[in-house]
Design a binder for this molecule. Structure first.
Ligand SMILES: Nc1nc2c(c(=O)[nH]1)N[C@H]1C(S)=C(S)[C@@H](COP(=O)(O)OP(=O)(O)OC[C@H]3O[C@@H](n4cnc5c(N)ncnc54)[C@H](O)[C@@H]3O)O[C@H]1N2
Ligand code: MOO
Length: 395
């Protein structure tokens, strides 16, 4: 049995992207850049006004009060800013090009006007209200480094650089296989004796999507080796990563690994010294990666969060470590000593502190909804009091 850090290192070693493509920015949200993005224009494209007001020469306002004729009006989008003749001012609006020769924009709240002329009485402010050409970035400037995930903020930076297409890493294609004779579609379990609603693949599928995977589908399988082998053969042929849930332990119908034997299953690890989630495993079969998650719903979701999310992040071209940003948070209640398996305690976030949940059972489902955080307890450590700072990751 390996440690959590060893399992994470093994995930990191195999988590490489599988190819890239150039795509329109309208489709790029959630994707990861395969190449750096550079600006194709200066921003702003020329000196522009930061406020609605009047563009003036400082020399014309050296003696106050002063009154200047309004020579013209400059709007955003109506071409270049022209030139400001000495002894005049230009009515100007936010984003409009500043006329050549203007030293500043005086905001309209500080100007008294009859339409044809503008009156200036206030002392000049230290702020000129002019955004210089290229003040944000110049053409050719680096906007984003490669391997950055494109979120809503990155989209503004890319589009602002007048860039229409970006090279992104391909999303890993995943296939979810849920094993267990007892499993039924949610809503159907009540109609069949012994049936259990299949909950795990919904949660794992959503988590995988959240980290950038493209799902080819989710299939429920009975605990019958022949049928499972056929599904395994199809899955490894079409997916980059197959995720199989349940059947990971030592029961007589636990076939999750056996079903991939005919595809030449090569195990990378099997069993990790963590609680919950000890039976989690990773391997390769028929050219695909295969991750096996325990069937217990909390164990499945904890292992998905700790090992599957980093794996998908890496397959998407990001650093797998991005998926596990450990923070320090104060405990709201004491915790007992930690045994020989490193333990990930489910906790709620409340008023800046971590409240360990009462139900720490690996089969729990309801308490998952309250589990904002996973608290990391190193193996063989003593009990800790409320107020102590602990390592935590968002769940
Ligand atoms: N003798 C031992 N027994 C067990 C061990 C062990 O080391 N020795 N390990 C335990 C641990 S730890 C875990 S975790 C579980 C993992 O079991 P499996 O991965 O084999 O999971 P199953 O037996 O298939 O199912 C366990 C439990 O979870 C329910 N389940 C399964 N899949 C789903 C699903 N998709 N949606 C909702 N619920 C699901 C299933 O009905 C069972 O109740 O093994 C311990 N046993
Ligand atoms: O470690 Mo298991 O994952 O107790 O439930």
């Amino acid at each position: 049995m390996i440690s959590f850090d060893e399992a994470f290192a093994a995930v990191r070693a195999v988590a490489c992207p599988t190819g890239s493509a150039v795509i329109p920015i309208g489709e790029a949200e959630g994707r990861t850049l395969a190449a750096a993005v550079h600006a194709e224009v200066d921003s702003p494209w020329c000196d522009v006004s930061a406020m609605d007001g009047y563009a003036v020469r400082d020399a014309d306002l050296s003696a106050l009060p002063a009154r200047l004729p309004v020579a013209t009006r400059n709007f955003a989008g109506s071409g270049s800013g022209g030139t400001l003749a000495a002894g005049t001012c230009v009515r100007i609006f936010t984003g409009a090009p500043v006329p050549l020769g203007a030293d500043r924009v005086v905001i309209q709240e500080h100007v008294e006007t009859d339409g044809d002329t503008a009156g200036f009485a206030r002392p000049l402010s230290p702020v000129r209200h002019i955004r210089p050409r290229g003040g944000d970035f110049e053409r050719g400037a680096l906007l984003l480094e490669a391997n950055r995930r494109i979120g809503y903020r990155e989209l503004v930076a890319i589009a602002g650089g007048d860039v229409a297409e970006v090279a992104c890493w391909r999303r890993p294609r995943i296939m979810l296989l849920g094993t267990g004779d007892e499993l039924a579609a949610p809503g159907e379990a009540k109609h069949r004796a012994g049936a259990v609603p299949e909950s795990v693949s919904l949660g794992v599928g959503a988590l995988a999507h959240r980290w950038g995977a493209h799902s080819l589908g989710a299939i429920r399988l009975p605990d019958e080796l022949a049928a499972m082998e056929r599904a395994a053969e199809d899955a490894v042929a079409s997916a980059d990563l197959v995720i199989v849930t349940g059947g990971a332990s030592v029961g007589e119908k636990d076939f999750a690994k056996a079903m991939f034997e005919r595809q030449g299953l090569d195990l990378i690890f099997s069993k990790v010294a963590i609680k919950p989630g000890k039976p989690v495993w990773l391997g390769r079969a028929g050219g695909a990666l295969v991750m096996g998650l325990p069937g217990n719903p909390t164990s499945a979701m904890v292992t998905a969060r700790l090992l599957l999310a980093p794996l998908i992040a890496g397959l998407c071209g990001r650093d797998p470590g991005e998926a596990l940003r450990w923070k320090s948070i104060a405990l709201a209640a004491a915790l007992p000593p930690c045994g020989s398996r490193e333990t990930f305690v489910r906790a709620a976030w409340k008023d800046g502190r971590a409240v360990p949940l009462d139900n720490q059972d690996s089969g729990a489902q309801r308490s998952l909804a309250a589990a904002d955080l996973l608290l990391r307890r190193r193996a063989d450590t003593d009990a800790i009091e409320a107020g102590v700072m602990v390592e935590a990751v968002s769940f």
